[in-house]
Write a protein that binds this ligand. Sequence first.
Ligand code: G3H
Ligand code: 13P
Ligand code: ZN
Length: 322
Amino acid sequence: MALVTTTEMFKKAYNGGYAVGAFNVNNMEIVQGITEAAGELKSPVILQVSKGARAYANHTYLVKLVEAAIIENPEIPIALHLDHGDTFELCKNCIDGGFTSVMIDASSKSFEDNIALTRQVVEYAHTHGVVVEAELGTLEGVEDEVVVEAGQASYTRPEEVEEFVTRTGCDSLAIAIGTSHGAYKFRPEQCTRNEEGILVPPPLRFDVLEEVSRRLPGFPIVLHGSSSVPQEFVKMVNTYGGNMPDAVGIPESQLRHAAELSVCKINIDSDIRLAMTGNIRKYFAEHPDHFDPRQYLKPARQAVKDMVAHKILNVLGSAGKA
Ligand code: G3H
Ligand code: 13P
Ligand code: ZN
């Protein structure tokens, strides 16, 4: 199957009560780990590239890695998406350069400026067969180079979504319902602690999601900042020389519930980073004399694959939907 847009994926996901995973790619091992898991589980998948990923790995290398993954996994639909595009030029570059989907994230601008920039990207994208994700509301944490300080985030206002979608013509909408970017999604004082001393974050605002869905029937909703920061990997990092105190994520049961509703795309990046880092740290601790990157990147790639398989089966519900 060639590279596809997310249109068909989202239609099936919306009607089927599941979501498609959108995983950030930065190198070959990450592309391989994600697509091997999706291929074996016959799941659709979105590979997404941030501005930072393009700066690190180069646009052409990333596109060619994704093309290789398509050849190796011909039975599953794969979309190539720009994550958090912040300018028209960046979106245009990716549209011209082979992406099938772009996000224009003008959520930190005023409502009118967000509409104007999103509309401009939609007009260009649609004439080139590319779909557009937009965002209303802001998440805490780091979105590429934009840092939203704790307390400065704002939930999406449901009363704005119909006008925004109608005036921009966007194809999907990222909303803020309490998810957050990175491995430190919540300050300890925002959380409670369970009996094991692990931080438990405040629940997602399902009331906001439900009201948005009521106003936009059949329209695909996107959740960013949806890593669950599994404590098993935080522990692995910390056991083998790391220092990540109080890293906390979104409980997977809540994301599973969101996937059953109108959420069609769930973004996961930090969990992949954590799984790779934990495994590389462990490998070095256990093999201090090894220096061949193939040796330590092999378990890291396997950890990506296991993480994505876990998400497909336990969070997204997208296995067998290719
Ligand atoms: O939301 C941002 C993604 O996790 C990408 O992160 O900008 O470090 O590539 P990055
Ligand atoms: P996490 O940091 O929770 O993995 O979110 C990733 C994301 O939203 C990418 O756009
Ligand atoms: Zn994001």
